[in-house]
Design a protein around this ligand. Structure first.
Ligand code: PLP
Length: 356
């Protein structure tokens, strides 16, 4: 039976990435050695790192004056690195979910954190309104809220340096990088296996704080050493490069965005139509095109487990909602084919027929 992979992360990757990485695990770049056993300072791997940085810049149209870094520590270590490097007196944060809250908690250790909007009152099922103060060192947002299925789908005009966690929507749409000071994320959704974290950083944002920054948490260390201060996650960086190649060969972020919008509309339309289900996010503007969350409609709650079992039996993998919110979540990342969305819709319709 064909499996349809809707996991939220780690999650589906292009078949191309998996095959090329599998080849390199056996024989990397004709060296006769596995990618897992070559030095990160070998000329073959340095070429991989350089090409990954170059393609990242090309695909996202990153202007001059920005660096692209591939680091360890997950998106979670960025929650601390950001205040270490940017926080002087005060920062603004938008609270749109569990990941935002973790970022806020880390920043609070550095001083005054102004939470300028929060959707916690409704289990984070919308994007709150906000107005950005001018007297803060930076403003932090989570563009796509993986757990709740909300997304800020445009590039905010900010009067202060804008910092964005794009763990689960990087490369899903074109972005205007010039509007951001830092964009970061774990790679394990749209890019690579877990283990590498990408950071796009505007170089001139640094050097403005007085504190001692631990060497590994200092962005300048990694900019100066081109992500080779210590051993980078070699295999995930190699896999990331394969996904970047795949993106380039498949029309880049514009083409991804078009297909992602199409896939998301197909599924949201079915959720809105099907009398058994309801979308977790009501406002169309706030609905994520990467993580589509839905629950059983009132009166059908007892069908949650039967639907999960039915869908799982038909090859739908990873559709359980996050443990903190329940219901269902279908993640529709770049590599997920439209065919998988159609298969899920067919399963929802068959279940509806069976439960009339
Ligand atoms: N931010 C967002 C939006 C996420 O979805 C995740 C993980 O799912 C994280 C941060 C945490 O990433 P990591 O596990 O790489 O630390």
């Amino acid at each position: 039976m064909k499996k349809h992979n809707f996991y939220a992360g780690p999650s589906i990757l292009p078949q191309y990435t998996i095959e090329k990485t599998a080849e390199a695990v056996r024989d990397f770049a004709g060296t006769g050695l596995s990618i897992m056993e070559v030095s990160h300072r070998s000329k073959e791997f340095v070429a991989v790192m350089d090409e990954a940085v170059r393609l990242f810049k090309v695909l996202l149209n990153i202007p001059d004056g920005y660096s692209v870094l591939f680091l360890g520590g997950g998106a979670s270590i960025q929650f601390a690195m950001i205040p270490f490097n940017l926080f002087k007196k005060k920062a603004a944060y938008l609270n749109t979910g569990a990941w935002s809250k973790k970022a806020i908690k880390e920043a609070q250790a550095f001083g005054d954190v102004e939470v300028i909007g929060s959707s916690e009152d409704k289990m984070f099922n919308y994007i709150p309104n906000f107005s950005i103060p001018k007297d803060v060192d930076y403003f932090h947002i989570t563009t796509n809220n993986t757990i709740y299925g909300t997304e800020i789908k445009y590039d905010i005009d900010s009067p202060v340096p804008l910092v964005a966690d794009m763990s689960s929507d990087i490369f899903s749409r074109p972005i205007d990088v010039s509007k951001y000071a830092i964009i970061y994320g774990g790679a394990q959704k749209n890019l690579a296996p877990a283990g590498v974290t990408f950071v796009i950083i505007k170089n001139d944002i640094l050097g403005k704080v007085d504190r001692h920054i631990p060497t590994m948490l200092n962005y300048q260390t990694h900019i100066d050493k081109e992500s080779m201060f210590n051993t980078p996650p070699v295999l995930p960086v190699f896999a990331a490069l394969q996904t970047l190649n795949w993106l380039e060969d498949n029309g880049g972020v514009e083409a991804m965005h078009k297909t992602n919008v199409y896939k998301a509309e197909l599924l949201y339309n079915e959720i809105d139509r099907n009398p058994l289900f309801r979308a977790a996010v009501v406002d169309l503007n706030d609905r994520s095109i990467m993580n589509i969350c839905f629950v059983m409609k009132q009166g059908y709650e007892e069908l949650e487990k039967p639907f999960f079992d039915f869908a799982s039996g038909k090859g739908m993998i990873g559709i359980k909602g996050h443990r903190s919110v329940g219901g269902f979540r279908a993640s529709t990342y770049n590599a997920l084919p439209t065919e998988s969305v159609e298969a899920l819709i067919a399963v929802m319709q068959e279940f509806e027929e069976n439960n009339k």
